[in-house]
Write a protein that binds this ligand. Structure first.
Ligand code: ZN
Length: 185
């Protein structure tokens, strides 16, 4: 999935907070958006879908973060919980997408996401065939609805901006390997 989809999913994860603690909801949503994009920073450093993608270990942080958020509720502990929850969901979600190759529609990579405790890659399930595919864009649209409807201010503005990025990215996705060959290295 493209980063915009993961960012939108972060807002979906944070959406219940608008009911239980509306005063915290904007901060929590921003933290979940950051957690949603965080694993993909390994596009720039290390090995994509391995260096910062932890489909198992993030949960090992999510559980104590949940305990801490309940035991000592504060904006910081609650936001931290949602940050790691969003990063954990992202890391698992990539399993259902294409491989970590430059042209995932060619289906030459069997590397979806790396499972560190097993020391091996999970094979891509390809329910979302590639990042920026039509089905990926559809998911971004659907998951953006809570951010646009339930929130206002920076969360709504960011959600709209991310949605625009998603539309543009999906439109040019298949030309990205030719437009930006440096990505291939
Ligand atoms: Zn990812």
């Amino acid at each position: 999935m493209m980063s915009p989809t993961h960012i939108a999913i972060g807002v979906v994860i944070a959406a219940p907070v608008t009911v239980f603690a509306p005063e915290l909801a904007p901060l929590v949503a921003l933290a979940a958006m950051a957690g949603g994009v965080f694993p993909d920073l390994d596009l720039f450093v290390g090995v994509h879908r391995k260096t910062l993608h932890f489909p198992v270990y993030y949960w090992g942080v999510v559980i104590p973060a949940a305990v801490l958020a309940v035991a000592a509720p504060s904006p910081v502990t609650i936001a931290a919980f949602f940050f790691f929850l969003s990063a954990a969901v992202h890391s698992v979600a990539d399993w259902f997408c294409g491989g970590n190759e430059l042209r995932p529609w060619e289906k030459t990579s069997e590397h979806a996401v790396f499972v560190h405790p097993l020391g091996r890659w999970l094979r891509p399930k390809r329910l979302v065939r590639w990042d920026g595919s039509p089905e990926d864009l559809l998911l971004t649209l659907l998951f953006s609805l809570p951010g646009l409807v339930l929130f206002e201010g920076p969360v709504r503005v960011l959600t709209a901006a991310v949605l625009v990025v998603a539309v543009v990215y999906a439109a040019v996705r298949k030309r990205v390997p030719d437009l930006a060959p440096w990505l291939a290295e």
